[in-house]
Write a protein that binds this ligand. Structure first.
Ligand code: HEC
Ligand code: HEC
Length: 304
């Protein structure tokens, strides 16, 4: 759906009323809907993103409406002000670590109950149900990726790879909607930046189905050089990848290449394992490391 043209006059005045609840003295000419996007957020709710208001140029507004089923009119349901300048300073690597496991990164307490949004019909329970990766996948493909139907992590929830094409305020608003009180505003900005700039289409680099399924398609020889030198993997994991007893790099790189690639790029939440993005390695080099890791001798351990 697209922009201002779709908005009828009534909606325009509803937006005006909405923005005026956050700033006094609003006038019609001050509201700028030229960049606004309308999208449904539920069966009877719609949301307008990127509404601008001339007197407060530092903010974008998200305006929510619900359909009153008796009158069949959209009624105002709330306004959120978003300050896009926060995006500039946001940290994509920290966002990737929060995506894996936010409480290990922001120091908030680990949840003890299931997350209310986690489907009753799915198999996981406890704090894990609060991790972004649990519903949206290590490959960011949700129900169409490795957590597809048949997986013990299946939730039938969509992936997030495509969301990078949406405006930043859309992503920010969608994370706010998860109602996870332990996520601070800076946390949400870091996650927004990660989803906008940090994700890759893993199916392009890791074979998804067929006989070669799960094979990484980089250059293993170059990966070995990086593993042993600038990547620093050797120092902690040893030449065979089995020096840390709890983790067999060869086993995990083969059983869960998506998790391994995410962790090579962003680090491993709650450990000293560094992000190759922070070390300045290119994406191709990160993929090469994964490709080499798949050649290391496996010892069976649990993937996390
Ligand atoms: C318990 C499951 C669950 C967890 C955990 C979860 N989400 Fe979601 N998320 C959803 C559902 C459900 C939707 C709505 C999409 C759908 O209906 O499939 C959604 C949608 C989104 C969207 C909007 C996608 C779009 O295309 O409109 C974003 C962005 C998002 N989630 C980010 C996150 C982030 C970041 C985290 C971690 C802080 C997270 N989610 C954790 C269930 C979850
Ligand atoms: C500073 C030490 C250090 C460096 C350098 C390091 N790692 Fe790790 N890595 C760890 C620790 C610690 C763990 C977590 C061990 C545990 O779960 O008990 C880990 C976990 C892993 C895992 C398992 C992830 C999981 O949760 O199942 C893989 C795979 C892995 N590392 C690969 C690599 C690769 C490849 C490199 C180089 C790009 C690398 N590591 C660099 C310390 C390091």
């Amino acid at each position: 759906m697209k922009t201002a043209k779709l908005l009828n006059v009534k909606t325009f005045f509803a937006v005006l009323a909405a923005v005026s609840t956050v700033s006094n003295g609003v006038s019609a000419g001050d509201v700028d809907l030229s960049a606004a996007i309308v999208a449904p957020t539920g069966e009877t709710t719609i949301r307008l993103y990127e509404v601008k208001y001339a007197p407060t140029p530092d903010f974008l507004y998200i305006v929510d409406f619900f359909l009153d089923e008796e009158t069949l009119r959209f009624e105002l349901n709330g306004v959120t002000a978003v300050e896009p300048s926060n995006y500039e300073g946001a940290d994509v690597v920290r966002g990737g670590l929060l995506y894996d496991n936010w409480w290990k990164i922001n120091g908030e307490s680990e949840p003890s109950e299931n997350y209310a949004r986690y489907p009753d019909t799915s198999s996981q329970s406890g704090s894990g149900t609060w991790r972004c990766k649990e519903c949206h996948g290590w490959d960011y493909k949700g129900n169409e990726g490795a957590y597809e139907i048949g997986s013990s992590h299946y939730t039938d929830i969509e992936g997030l790879y495509q969301v990078k094409n949406r405006p930043m305020a859309y992503i920010y608003g969608a994370i706010v909607d998860h109602n996870i009180p332990s996520l601070s505003e800076p946390d949400i900005w870091d996650l927004t930046k990660f989803l906008k700039e940090g994700t890759v289409d893993m199916n392009k680099y890791i074979v998804f189905s067929g006989a070669q399924s799960k094979s990484a398609t980089g250059d293993a020889d170059n990966g070995r050089t990086l593993y042993e030198n600038s990547g620093g993997c050797l120092k902690c994991h040893g030449a065979d990848g089995n020096k840390i007893a709890a983790v067999s790099v060869g086993a995990i790189a083969n059983s869960n290449p998506w998790e391994t690639l995410h962790k090579i790029r962003f680090g491993n939440s709650g450990t000293k394992m560094p992000a190759m993005i922070s070390k300045g390695l290119s994406f191709q080099e990160q993929l090469d490391i994964l490709t080499y890791a798949q050649t290391l001798p496996p010892i069976e351990t649990e993937a996390h």
